[in-house]
Design a protein around this ligand. Sequence first.
Ligand SMILES: Cc1cc2nc3c(=O)[nH]c(=O)nc-3n(C[C@H](O)[C@H](O)[C@H](O)COP(=O)(O)OP(=O)(O)OC[C@H]3O[C@@H](n4cnc5c(N)ncnc54)[C@H](O)[C@@H]3O)c2cc1C
Length: 425
Amino acid sequence: MYRSAPISLWDATSEETEIESVAVPDQTVDVAIVGGGFTGLSAALHCAGKGLLAHVLEAKHIGYGGSGRNVGLVNAALWLPPAKVREKLGPEFGERFLRRFSEGPSVVFDLIETHQIRCEVTKTGTIHAAHGPSGSEDLKDRHAEWRRLGEPVDLLGPEHVAEMIGTTVYHGGLLDHRAGTINPMGYCRGLARAATGAGAKISTGVRVEKLERESGTWHVLTDAGDFRADAVVLGTNAYTDGLWPDLRNVFTMIHYLQFATEPLGSSAGHILPGRQGVWDTGPIMFSVRRDANDRLLVGTMGRVIGSKNKGLTRRWAKKRIARMFPELGRVSFDEAWHGQIAMTPDHLPRIHQLAPRLWTAIGYNGRGITTGTLFGSAIADLLTGMDPTHLPLPVTNPSQAPRAAITSRLYDLAFTANQLWKGLR
Ligand SMILES: Cc1cc2nc3c(=O)[nH]c(=O)nc-3n(C[C@H](O)[C@H](O)[C@H](O)COP(=O)(O)OP(=O)(O)OC[C@H]3O[C@@H](n4cnc5c(N)ncnc54)[C@H](O)[C@@H]3O)c2cc1C
């Protein structure tokens, strides 16, 4: 499918290429999967591995949603501390969730290895950096909780974190050895290649417009033709449209943006020499990483206002880099982009059964690489008879996020104000 401009740095630099799209099926399939991101493609790969005829339908192109736009931090678990996860899910599901999600990065790394996915993988961990004294206290608690669970995390003092990141702005950090980084578009395209290799089919540039249940099967109506499916999976997440009534109101949509510099060569060699990805404890999250081509990527919540060449967000990115890494001097930017994130009121993801043989996993709260991979595989298990009580969290009925549209707009305003304020300082 012809595309004029890349949607992200990852789209422009991924070594994995786009897969060939095939026509919409002319026969009944076992499972129709809507959405070509981590969730849909992991579901397709695992369904095909179980002998199901799986067909993915993607309205735009592979990785068009959050999957091709994200930071690429392959994090273990959620950004909620473990105690909060246990409190919200109860002891049984809470323990299981924490155990499965602690193993999440290694599930992703194993898939990358098995299918030889070219996605610039690093397995040297991620750093959760303390933006101030309260952040340091939060990290101490998280460290104690993870260590009690026997997980490999280290608390870093200000000097150690300065050495690992290459800036003195942080008050400390938590190094998570389970985690790593990837080129997310590379991983997404690699999953598509693996899924088609296992027998799944993928049609891109095809929007599913309606789903009707008729005589025990699903009638899937698309803008490129109709077909029948025994089961349907919705992997549309923050890019959910009006396909299923009210599904887009189960979450509040926020944006996250990134600016990527030109390759900086050896002048950036002291920044993240171990190539860990960084996210911070600030109330409006900030992230920084160095990619395989020595570009520096900085990101925060909100939309790109302007472009890589001019405007408010460029000013914010320049100030932020100058404050953290003044020795770099002037930098130019190669790419600027943003994407949509689905936030749930309790910050936990959801698995819903919307109707007989119709499943969705949604609301990943900015943690989709491991969650999409694990939930796509879990849905394949559900479709082949797994008891839902074996999932990492209970199946719930969709409930509307309170005032989702208004909250989304208020967040947008707050994030723009943040860019304005930090771009001036
Ligand atoms: C900027 C940004 C930074 C992030 N950083 C990280 C990170 O560092 N680490 C991490 O783990 N997670 C991160 N996330 C979250 C992560 O990217 C998402 O949770 C994840 O990509 C969701 O994957 P998905 O497959 O469920 O949905 P998506 O990748 O969003 O895919 C949904 C797809 O559904 C398609 N679609 C929608 N409706 C239809 C229809 N009717 N017919 C056909 N197709 C349809 C869309 O075109 C889209 O391609 C980030 C997200 C963003 C936006």
